[in-house]
Structures are given as structure tokens and as C-alpha cells.
Design a protein. Sequence first.
Length: 185
Amino acid sequence: MHPRCDSSEEEREHRLLFEFAGFVHAYVQAREEMQSGSLLDAHSSTLAALHHWAHIELAEITIKPKASVWRQIRRYHPGIHKLYEELTGSTESLEQRLKLVLLGCEFAMMDKLKTCTALIFRVLNSREEPWSYDELRAHPSLSWIEDDLDMLLNKLLSKGYIREVAVIGSDGSFNDLELRLSAVV
């Protein structure tokens, strides 16, 4: 019998969003490091991305990650474990291993984007009016992820899951237009 989380759906959403933000952040950092030729740094960032991805998979099935997450993930998601083995032990060049694992991470990131950002959607849908970026950053459910929130919002915008809406300023003129965000229904 595996350990189950005794948490509410909102806590699970927080956990998924936290791990997903770490996943995307580490992935983007690894890509930048590869482009600059810093392959050892890219390796470290890619390993961090895989670690976050493993935590996402475990959170989705409500299993608490243990210190031996790679042993757990081998059982519950062998594909991620295979990428981990590829990154850490393959005979391919480091650059080739990084490219392969980052490609897998990219597909997973796009696949997990909407489900792992459910908390953002819940906030966006909690009222009828679109939200300003500052309002989202200050919202109690999202303020803890302020550093990565813009990155996640940009990913959601680029995939068409949310949209920017121009809102006329409080004085009724077009001089004070503000871009706000709303979920695409």
C-alpha cells in the first residue's frame, strides 16, 4: 500500500502549481544554459527539471514523494525514470543526452500545463471581471509563486488558455488602457 496525501484538493493544486513552476523554471534555465554552452550547468538544471516532473507525477496520483523519489518514480512512471537513467548514465555525449531529456520535458510541460495550473484558473474564474497582473500577484492563493507567475501566465497565454483583455481606465478614456487577464471559456 502506498502513502496517500491527507490533503484537500486546494492543497493538491498548490503542490502541483509549485512543482510545475519549478519544472518550467528549471527547463527554461537548462535551455538557456545549453544555448550558452554551459553543458554542466544545463545538466544540473535538467536534473532539477526531472525531479520536479517526478514530483508532479506523484502528486497527480496523490502519493507523497519520499527521499528516494527515483525508486518511487520507477514504480509509478517508468518513462521519467528512463529519462533520468539516460541523463545520468548513457554513453551518448552530454549534449545529446541533454537534448533528448529536454525534448521529453518539453512535451510533458505542454501536456501538464493546464492541469498543473488549475489553481490559476480557479482564481481567474472566481470573478467576472478580468484580473490585472498586479491583482494576480497579490492574490493570497498565488502571491507565494510571484517570482514564477509571469512565466506561467505567458505560457498559458501562448497556448491560448487565457487571454489578455484591454480595459478602459477608470476615467473612461482610452488614454489609460490596461491589459488584464481572463480564462478562455
